[in-house]
Design a protein around this ligand. Structure first.
Ligand code: MG
Length: 405
């Protein structure tokens, strides 16, 4: 039995992680952290009996503490609570499934505590890949991707050409010519920029293939998610951004592929079900049974590919440019988007305003090539402030009204 710390247990990835553990065992859930969904967390506590839990929202943490029947279970809150959970040296695997840049510090704490990490929080590598990967090497822990595309690439490398989870002596593989990062194209594939302007949060939340949380579903509709994944792939597989090609494959059957120097391409194919990458990360190098659907190649008949339209999906272009530059501009790209998506989900701004906000924040940032953690967090604050400034200057009605309340 391995001790498992699960950060972000009530979200989509967190719940599926517990589902997988229930099927295959081998893990003792020692700690769980959630943002504010204490009803779901309470059920998870009853079932898995962790030693400690953290509710990020302080008020909700207080409510949960009073409700719990097991007084031996410690209820913590805030960033301090997250860091205490993640920094426990008895953790053997930490699953980081929280949404957003909030995941950076706990991920660093987990690595410092010597725990292996199954990474579902892409913001960590996007903003701090230059800190995380060297730290992973230094602490000799294992790092497994949960993001479906990166799990696919990891599977294509078959533990032979890739980092094998173990980065301690891995410096990249010259046999990898190119990473083919697939993308469904989202619900607005084929639309013009003018049409995109009219899209609402309800339209954007209808992803054609994947069931995911709201933030990532919006990111998938803007293709910002794919830009973040380019950054993630760059760090995980030690490749140049120019050697990562985004390929639209609308049905999300091919989850990504690797092209080798002899021209051979190895792809990972399967139904779009996040439990597969989660299970692969948790039980690597074993391949265990999973009752997800099966691909019927005869029914599938043909697989379509397309190039992304960088003029329409401007977020993808801006993100890839940021990835090429590296440095704090990646944080600005991510933080501006994170803020803008929140405003879009609340109905305060329009769909393409997300792109305009990212552009404004990037234009107003002086890039720092290798930012330290404090500089990363300052870049986040700066981007958020600039995003607010942009929204105010534009005079979005609902935003002003909300602010006055
Ligand atoms: Mg993905």
């Amino acid at each position: 039995m391995k001790n498992l710390c699960l950060l972000g247990s009530t979200g989509s990835i967190g719940r599926q992680t517990l589902d997988i553990i229930k099927r295959h065992g081998n893990y003792k859930v020692v700690s769980l952290a959630a943002n504010r969904k204490i009803d779901i967390l309470e059920e998870q506590i009853e079932e898995f009996l962790p030693r400690k839990v953290c509710v990020f929202d302080e008020e909700k943490a207080g409510i949960l503490a009073k409700r719990l029947k097991h007084n031996s279970i410690e209820v913590l809150s805030g960033m301090d609570g997250l860091l205490e959970l993640a920094g426990d040296t008895e953790n053997e695997l930490t699953v980081t499934a929280m949404v957003g840049m909030i995941g950076i510090k706990p991920t660093i704490a987990a690595i410092n505590a010597g725990s292996d990490v199954a990474l579902a929080n892409k913001e960590t590598l996007v903003t701090a890949g230059h800190i995380i990967i060297p730290l992973v090497k230094e602490k000799k822990i294992k790092l497994f991707p949960i993001d479906s595309e990166h799990s696919a690439i990891f599977q294509c490398l078959q533990g032979k050409y890739g980092p094998n989870g173990d980065y301690s002596s891995w410096t990249g593989d010259p046999l990898i010519e190119k990473i083919l990062l697939t993308c469904s194209g989202g619900p607005f594939r084929g639309k013009s920029y003018e049409e995109l302007k009219k899209m609402t949060a309800a339209d954007a939340l209808k992803h054609p293939n994947w069931l995911m949380g709201p933030k990532i579903t919006i990111d998938s509709s803007t293709l910002v998610n794919k830009a973040l994944e380019v950054m993630e792939a760059k760090w995980l597989f030690n490749v140049n951004v120019d050697d990562i090609q985004v390929v639209i494959q609308p049905k999300s059957i091919i989850h990504s592929a690797v092209q080798f120097i002899d021209g051979s391409i190895i792809a990972q194919i399967g139904v779009p079900d996040m439990r597969l990458p989660i299970q692969y990360a948790l039980y690597y190098p074993e391949r265990l049974p999973l009752d997800c659907g099966r691909i019927d190649l005869f029914e599938l008949a043909k697989i379509e590919f397309d190039k992304p339209d960088y003029n329409v999906f401007k977020g993808l272009k801006m993100g890839i440019d940021a990835a090429k530059n590296g440095g704090s501009i990646c944080t600005v790209f991510n933080a501006a988007n994170e803020y803008a998506v929140g405003q879009f989900l609340n109905g305060n701004i329009g769909f393409t305003d997300i792109y305009d906000i990212i552009e404004f924040c990037m234009d107003n940032h002086k890039n720092i090539p290798e930012p330290c953690l404090n500089e990363i967090l300052s870049a986040e604050t700066e981007a958020t402030e600039n995003a607010i400034k942009f929204i105010k200057n534009k005079g979005f009605k609902s935003y002003v009204r909300k602010e006055a309340e």
